[in-house]
Ligand binder design. Sequence first.
Ligand code: FE
Ligand code: FE
Ligand code: ZN
Length: 277
Amino acid sequence: MFHIGCHLSPSAGWLAMGQTAKSINASTFQFFTRNPRGSKAKAIDPDDAAALVAFLQENRFGAVVAHAPYTINPCSKDERTREFALQTMADDLLRMEHLPGNYYNFHPGSHTGLGTEAGIALIAQTLNTILQPQQRTVVLLETMAGKGTEVGGRFEELRAILDRVELLGHMGVCLDTCHVSDAGYDIVNDLDGVLTEFDRIIGLDKLKAIHINDSLNPLGAKKDRHAKIGEGFLGVEAFQRIINHPALKDLPFVLETPNELDGYAREIELLRQLREA
Ligand code: FE
Ligand code: FE
Ligand code: ZN
């Protein structure tokens, strides 16, 4: 099954996201668990959550992806910032239990001067505090562009985090095509080589979702500016190879391109046309 979707707003409720996704021929989607600036989350409506669970099953959706606020930073040099990230993530994981069997993706963080090693240790420490043996959500580390002091631009850094996590079975990785290209991984000319390296360092069994974005900047730019599919340095042919690659084709693909709903609908249509049977 080809599960393609886009980032959607939860402002009209959780079931509404499923209905919106279906209306643009998507069969997965991503949403922020709360305001992306990380303010207090709206209370969960258990009936709305249950209605979405039923909807996803009836419509044979793939796994959906909740995205942590991108402003939280579990490896900041500021202790209160780290504590806020921990509380936010712990609360998000409780909320995700209303949507069992899906993904919770987060940006590993920026070490803000502490150094990559220290950042890795802090991220793992946060995960070891919040992960619960009985949880039904898989937490995903997102591959990052490596801008500023970001941790997670190298596969080795994600591996080092995973190596320190006790409940490794609750962990996975989400590969963002814009980010890995910006980080210097040439998925346009050497997709097989990049995936071989991912497999050697992290393990393809840990790869759970793809953020499918073009990049406004060339290979290795470390900028993290998303472009619409085909309007950046990656190009349509690269995406055709990505969505049809045997190691990737069964994963959920989520668009985070600069679009409104009609633009997402067109991108989904394009990618469905490029998908081989
Ligand atoms: Fe992200
Ligand atoms: Fe992303
Ligand atoms: Zn990005």
